[in-house]
Design a protein around this ligand. Structure first.
Ligand code: 13P
Ligand code: SF4
Length: 329
């Protein structure tokens, strides 16, 4: 039975048999003047077909300057929302509307508003992994690429609330000497890495460097040779003389790391309670080539943002882009 179930957040139609998906996606893309953006946490086939692959900051920067009519965000919902807020006149699609984010979900806008009311007089800095409604309550948005520099662009005695990621917030506090008040949220993927299994891997491969995303817990970060956003970890792996790396972030990034460094070995850091050796984000991995094809064909599911919320949310996003441009990020 054919199922165009937009209510459930995806176009779950079977794709016609014997079609070359890659060719058809390219054809639809040209026909509709669409661009495909993909985050490094997408599966390799989606990264390979995208017009642009990047981290959260780069995706927002790219969305802000595209002149396409349709933008397909192969990533999660908050990334599509950010693109829609930046390009209100464009159609923004996501292959699967159910591609959410546990970190964004850990910060409900009503609860956050109450928290801000209970703590008046603070500058509010929010990670991009938030809903548009939380961004609308925020003074400046950050990503893991620019969080440290944006926090440091405020006077040392600025009273700051940082949300929603407690691990990123703690990390920024530790490297800047700030004492930001933190929202108690986290990403279920990055919290899952096993210290014991990483220590075992380090023993087995003493030459390997540990690369970790700042959404990981402090115990993992304490072992890391390099802490940074997906883009920063990728750059480090390419520039480093080391030949082997253990990677503590969503394993999709290994695709580009391996592509750029065919002579190096990348080992995904294992999660705590899984038989799988790597750590995938179940939300990111809802997107597939089949859903991308249907999404381009039917121009669904589409991201829309309430106009009043968008009017407020664009201010801290623009502020982030402006500061980043000044800092050359
Ligand atoms: P970056 O893209 O900033 O590295 O963050 C990763 C992430 O959490 C995406 O969900
Ligand atoms: Fe959200 Fe974590 Fe998935 Fe990134 S990896 S989209 S922060 S749940």
């Amino acid at each position: 039975m054919i199922d165009v179930n937009i209510d459930k957040g995806f176009v779950n139609l079977p794709v016609p048999e014997n079609i070359d998906l890659k060719k058809e996606i390219d054809r639809l893309k040209k026909e509709k003047n669409a661009v495909i953006l993909a985050h490094y946490y997408q599966s390799g086939d989606l990264q390979d077909i995208a017009d642009f692959v990047g981290d959260s900051l780069a995706l927002a920067q790219w969305a802000a300057r595209t002149d396409a009519d349709i933008l397909v965000m192969c990533g999660v919902h908050f990334m599509g929302e950010t693109a829609k807020i930046l390009c209100p006149d464009k159609k923004v699609l996501v292959p699967d509307m159910n591609a959410g984010c546990s970190l964004a979900d850990s910060c409900n806008a009503d609860d956050f508003a109450l928290f801000l009311k209970e703590n008046p007089g603070y500058t509010v800095i929010s990670y991009v992994n938030t809903s548009a409604a939380v961004k609308a309550l925020t003074d400046v948005v950050v990503t893991s690429t620019n969080a440290r520099q944006i926090v440091e662009s405020f006077p040392a005695d600025e009273k700051i609330i940082f949300g929603p990621d407690r691990n990123l917030g703690n990390y920024i506090n530790s490297v800047t000497g700030r004492n930001m008040k933190l929202w108690n949220g986290a990403c279920h993927v990055h919290e899952q890495f096993s210290v014991e299994k990483i220590v075992e891997l380090k023993k087995k491969y003493p030459d390997a460097l540990l690369l970790a995303h700042p959404e990981c817990k402090n115990v993992i970060l304490a072992l890391a040779d390099k802490i940074g956003s997906t883009a920063a970890l990728l750059k480090f792996s390419t520039q480093s003389d080391a030949k082997r790396f253990i990677v503590a972030t969503e394993s999709g990034i290994l695709h580009e790391m391996q592509k750029q460094n065919p002579d190096k070995t990348f080992i995904p850091a294992p999660p705590n309670d899984s038989t799988c050796a790597c750590n995938e984000c179940n939300f990111m991995r809802l997107n597939t080539m089949e859903k991308l094809y249907n999404c381009l064909k039917y121009e669904q599911p589409e991201i829309n943002v309430d106009a009043e919320i968008a009017k407020k949310a664009i201010l801290p996003i623009r502020r982030m882009l402006d500061i980043s441009a000044k800092l050359g990020l």
